[in-house]
Design a protein around this ligand. Structure first.
Ligand code: HEC
Length: 304
């Protein structure tokens, strides 16, 4: 589970988990004729699935996840889908300039934090209080402090747990597990859901992760083309040098701009969580009555 970072797939899993919890863990599903595609697939001699089977399963999970992601009927109001806050047309971030989005049963309740983009989450490491670089990548003796995890303060490690937060939060989708399950049962994709999940619903998440939807980490910027040797930076080259130069910008010391030693593309983040003392946004209802003490867990860009 630790590597689950995919919004579509995790959305599927979170909702599947809710449904299974509520239906008393429908163990019959695994044996029934409606057994999940994964279980029905021919096993390779080693006991695992063939690459084609894994791909087919992942494709199904992603397609189902996409439908769940777009489906407002999972919310308490019946009007708020994940996609309304994490808009596919806006890099899976907010579709407007509001500091926080509105949610809850009447879609009028302001949230408490800015909506992050859901892109490039696949490399976020699990939260640790004391992060040390690996032998290969840097100086292992340096304690880089709190690092990793999902959400602005890194408090969530598992993608499926993350997806449950907005589903159930009173100022976001404001739903209940029972409502989510009922909505999925009544949805046009209910049969697809039944096909995809049985008692073994969580067994494949790692494999699912290996074939993640390109939408969430396309690596199609000019910089990516430059790293791949397919483009020149021209005017931007001096700016990159300034960005990287330890004696000048030194930005790259936190916003890492080189490929990792295994060749994977840079994420422009070291995933560190740092208290930089940004004042609370007093215009947000959640902050009106709070004293001015800033949380030690405050993080860059979080508006609370
Ligand atoms: C009302 C707006 C809203 C809706 C609807 C919503 N989210 Fe979010 N989402 C947020 C906010 C705000 C955060 C940041 C929360 C925090 O830091 O505490 C967030 C964070 C996340 C993150 C973590 C991103 C990161 O950078 O760590 C994921 C993953 C995510 N949401 C997935 C989903 C999924 C899946 C759904 C639908 C089931 C969904 N969200 C629905 C507002 C929303």
């Amino acid at each position: 589970m630790s590597s689950m970072r995919l919004p579509f797939v995790l959305c599927t899993l979170a909702i599947a988990a809710s449904s299974i919890a509520l239906t008393g863990c429908d163990s019959k599903a695994a044996d029934s004729k409606e057994a999940p595609v994964k279980a029905a697939a021919t096993q390779t001699p080693g006991g695992g699935q063939s690459r084609a089977e894994v791909l087919a399963h992942v494709k199904m999970m992603s397609s189902l996840g996409e439908k769940l992601f777009m489906d407002p009927s999972l919310s308490g109001s019946g009007k708020l889908a994940c996609a309304l806050c994490h808009s596919p047309q806006h890099a899976f971030g907010p579709p407007n300039a509001l500091s926080v989005q509105l949610g809850g049963s009447d879609i009028h309740r302001p949230g408490s934090r800015a909506v992050p983009s859901l892109k490039y989450l696949q490399s976020v490491p699990q939260f640790v209080e004391h992060f040390h670089d690996s032998d290969d990548e840097g100086d292992e003796s340096v304690d880089a402090g709190p690092t990793g995890g999902l959400t602005w303060d890194g408090r969530v490690d598992h993608g499926a747990d993350q997806a449950r937060i907005p589903l159930l939060s009173s100022f976001e989708m404001g739903s209940t597990l029972a409502k989510v399950t009922a909505a999925v049962k009544a949805a046009p994709y209910a049969d697809e859901f039944k096909k995809a999940f049985g008692a073994n619903v969580f067994n494949d998440d790692k494999k699912a992760f290996e074939q993640t939807p390109q939408k969430f980490f396309p690596y199609t910027s000019k910089f990516d083309a430059f790293l791949a040797g397919r483009a020149k930076l021209n005017d931007a080259q001096p700016r990159l040098e300034l960005f990287n130069d330890e004696k000048k910008g030194n930005c790259a010391s936190c916003y890492i701009s080189n490929r990792a030693k295994d060749g994977s593309p840079p994420q422009f983040s070291d995933f560190g969580l740092i208290a930089i003392g940004v004042p609370r946004n007093r215009n947000l209802p959640i902050n009106k009555d709070r004293s001015s003490t800033i949380s030690a867990r405050a993080v860059p860009s979080a508006p609370t």
